[in-house]
Design a protein around this ligand. Sequence first.
Ligand code: DX5
Ligand code: ZN
Length: 217
Amino acid sequence: MRINPSLLSADFANLQSEIEGIPSADGLHVDVMDNHFVPNLTLGLPVVEAVRKVTPKLLDIHLMINDPDRWAPAYAEAGAESVTFHVEAATAPVKLARDLRSAGAKAAMALRPATPIEPYADLLGELDMVLIMTVEPGFGGQKFLDLCLPKIRRTAELIKKTGGTIALEVDGGVSAETIERCAEAGANTFVAGSAVFGADDPDAMINSLRSQAESAG
Ligand code: DX5
Ligand code: ZN
């Protein structure tokens, strides 16, 4: 069970110290938004390159952008260990996943809440992770959508059929109240933004979320 705090809820003016404050994180989830795929604008490649220089932690890049076919490989080249594109935005997801892997990153595919997994079942062999959004992408601090739980379960089953090495990440509204439902449904990688950075002790919250997931999953 891995907890990847989302830097979206961190203080953007002090990213280095925010990262130093969460040594228990398994990875750092970085939300890239372009104001087109989602109605919000965050950060891009120069900030990811700067973050790369100050931490050896695994960088879990979540691209909420149009035309990931064009822009995603640069994040792998910048040294991110995992790069996630939205399948709704990708033109050629198989080629893109292969490009990411040949640039040295893990390739991951994200689904918005209304996007089913079934049409993409045959792509799983090209992927290292599937990210199921449990809120509409765009903003931190939204309410977890329980309607995504059956999809998490079905995705976990499809992954099992492939041999089971593909990670299953959930993102959006993950907190002490909701993480057990996600783990029980089969998720093993958890993004938490407001739940971690809004806590009095963010690092302790990571460990507490992980133990909740471990006992539920
Ligand atoms: C939302 C982002 C999430 C966000 C999660 O579009 O993809 O990673 O930071 O924030 P919380 O955990 O507050 O829902
Ligand atoms: Zn995200």
